[in-house]
Design a protein around this ligand. Structure first.
Ligand code: ZN
Length: 244
């Protein structure tokens, strides 16, 4: 594929590449996109609300049982990193990639070995007590039937993810913006760039070297230097072969 060779060339020439990824990066690990048509349908069918409501802060406060049920059954998985995650971790260790910015909460980039990861929507690997702020790992929360309770104070232990109606973490956003502003190559994968405000981050990239890897079209196709409409795992695996 000539496109993967082109991408490999751009990565070689770059001195500060950054990756920005969306749900499509995780779906190749078998994690369903809850914003997909199927995800929307099953949320409504099984839980009586769309995902935006089930994952909202107001529903969390009013019906925590329902929130945790949906969350546990749909956002906690035993999925493993796919070739895209491993390729990005490898590129970082080779000094070819400076940061990964992700909209996913599954922590799979770190599992694959990436170190500098900005998780715009938080992570399901971290939890904390809403009363005393004690932090707990994912494993602790799995020991509860529905609502995880703090062993120190009895407060509710919530996931460190950004729920609908909540603000994104300012520190994470600022760091992501700095990474994008400083990049000379931005590789965007697995997102149609439809979800704001995360998608607006792309406006901070002023260089020409924008690469879009997505199965469908995106909002920024006209700005891209290179567009690859193939599964990102295959694309990145092929790129790593060229870079060997
Ligand atoms: Zn507590």
């Amino acid at each position: 594929m000539a496109q993967t060779e082109q991408l490999a060339k751009l990565i070689k020439q770059s001195s500060n590449a950054v990756f920005f990824g969306g749900a499509g990066v995780s779906t190749e690990s078998g994690i369903p996109d809850f914003r997909s048509e199927k995800g929307l349908y099953s949320a409504q069918e099984v839980y009586g609300y769309p995902p935006e409501k089930l994952l909202s802060y107001s529903l969390f406060l009013e019906q925590p049982e329902l929130f945790f049920r949906y969350y546990k059954e749909n956002l906690i998985t035993t999925a493993k990193p796919n070739p895209a995650h491993f390729a990005l971790a490898e590129l970082e260790s080779q000094g070819r990639l400076s940061a990964v910015i992700t909209q996913n909460i599954d922590g799979l980039h770190q599992v694959a070995g990436s170190k500098n990861v900005f998780e715009l929507h938080g992570t399901n690997h971290r939890h904390y007590c809403m009363k005393c702020r004690t932090e707990y790992p994912l494993e602790y929360t799995l020991g509860f039937d529905v609502i995880p309770i703090c062993e120190k104070c009895g407060g509710i232990v919530r996931p460190d993810v950004v729920m609908y109606e909540e603000q994104l973490n300012n520190k994470v956003i600022s760091a992501a913006i700095r990474a994008i502003e400083g990049a000379d190559l931005l590789i965007v994968g697995g997102t149609s760039l439809a979800v704001y405000p995360a998608a607006g981050l792309l406006d901070y990239f002023t260089d020409d070297n924008l690469v879009l890897i997505n199965k469908g079209t995106t909002n920024r196709d006209t700005r891209a230097q290179l567009i690859i409409n193939e599964p990102i795992g295959e694309v990145m695996r092929a790129v790593m072969e060229v870079l060997k």
